[in-house]
Design a protein around this ligand. Structure first.
Ligand SMILES: *Cc1c(COP(=O)(O)O)cnc(C)c1O
Ligand code: SF4
Length: 353
């Protein structure tokens, strides 16, 4: 099947061009050296073990190992692809929707994704919010009663230790109008050993906490990820998944079906399938929206409803995320999963008054 030879075992996180080459995961090149100098690299053991050494097109390696293709930028790509900067009133906080904010307590991740929409910023250990910067971010939330949800993202908030996470939970709990928190993370996939009983207890110590896991390929759920997700689910933490649609990784109905089925078995509800953002140097990883819609159409007929995420685009410039189809309504009719159109009074609907 997948592995022609036994997986390579790495005990340490690979962080340099030389380490990737030595592990058989990249070929030495000037492009690799340049990318290693200018972008963050981390391939932790749990993910390195899932890659097939020597195969550049391995779907796991494609996500995390630099490719010379990244030196090719296209005109539509931009440095701040989703417009975080324009909506950041306080350092580390993004406020774009009326009822929820993002807080980015740390910009470090357990693994760095080559298509990351914050690629130019992640990996900076000095960007971790200080106590006074956290005070300012939480004061912003406390002053705005409309804010009901704090989404901790980054970077990866689960890179903070249990004590720091408990501090975030306590700060959220001290604001009466904050009803829930959400943690966006790759940790259960990339460094499942970090999901300890202490970490789970810290997550549960504040307002109800949801955990959103970033996972793109079914192979990421083999290994230790399953047990880490089970520890979270057994603690009663609702789990959702965000997947980025990536060319050569998961732009295939069979791969997405296997991923979403594995997620619901792990008690994780597929939430969003993200069309990739216009990050500079990622055109080799971006399918077209039409291809994404065709994949969603193919899944509709063959997969349980609870395994179907919403396909979304984060509009460049900061206008927000919107579903991008496919659209099942046609003029005066509705299409079924086989593409057959059935008459329905779409335009007329019911009374409008
Ligand atoms: C994605 C995002 C959210 C969360 O959006 P949901 O649709 O609730 O998942 C919140 N704020 C910002 C700025 C975002 O980019
Ligand atoms: S884990 Fe998230 S924030 Fe970190 S590099 Fe990947 S996409 Fe970016």
């Amino acid at each position: 099947m997948l592995q022609a030879k036994p997986p390579v075992c790495h005990r340490r996180t690979l962080r340099t061009a030389a380490e990737l080459v030595e592990a058989g995961l990249a070929r030495p090149s000037a492009a690799l050296d340049l990318l290693a100098e200018t972008t963050a690299i981390a391939v932790p053991p749990a993910l390195a073990e899932l890659m097939v050494a020597g195969q550049e097109n391995d779907p796991i390696a494609r996500q995390f190992v630099p490719s010379p293709d990244e030196l090719v930028t296209s005109a539509e790509e931009r440095a701040d692809p989703i417009g975080d900067e324009a909506y950041s009133p306080v350092k580390g906080l993004v406020h774009r929707y009326p009822d929820r904010v993002l807080i980015k307590p740390i910009l470090v991740c357990p693994v760095y994704c080559r298509f990351c929409f914050r690629k130019d910023r992640v990996g900076d250990a000095d960007a971790t919010l200080s106590a006074s910067e956290l005070d300012a971010a939480f004061a912003y939330v406390a002053a705005r009663p409309d804010l009901r949800e704090i989404i901790f993202t980054g970077g990866d908030p689960l890179m903070l230790n249990a004590a720091r996470l408990a501090d975030l939970a306590a700060r959220a709990a001290s604001i009466g109008h904050v009803e829930l928190t959400r943690f966006h993370t790759r940790v259960p996939i990339a460094t499942p050993e970090r999901v300890t009983a202490e970490l789970v207890a810290a997550l549960r110590s504040g307002p109800p906490a949801w955990v959103s896991v970033h996972v793109n390929h079914p192979r990421e759920l083999s290994g230790g990820a399953g047990a880490a997700l089970a520890r979270l689910a057994d603690a009663g933490i609702p789990l959702i998944a965000q997947t980025v649609l990536l060319k050569g990784v998961n732009d295939d109905a069979g791969v997405l079906e296997a991923l979403f089925r594995a997620l619901i078995r792990a008690r994780v509800r597929p939430y969003y399938l993200h069309h990739p953002d216009l990050v500079p140097g990622t055109s080799h990883l971006r399918p077209t929206i039409q291809e994404g819609q065709a994949l969603m159409r193919a899944l509709r007929g063959r997969l349980s409803g609870i395994a179907q995420p919403t396909y979304v685009l984060d509009i460049p410039g900061g206008a927000g995320k919107v579903p991008i189809g496919p659209d099942w309504l046609v003029e005066d009719g509705v299409q079924d999963a086989d593409g057959v159109v059935h008459a329905y009074p779409v335009a007329k609907g019911g009374p409008t008054c």
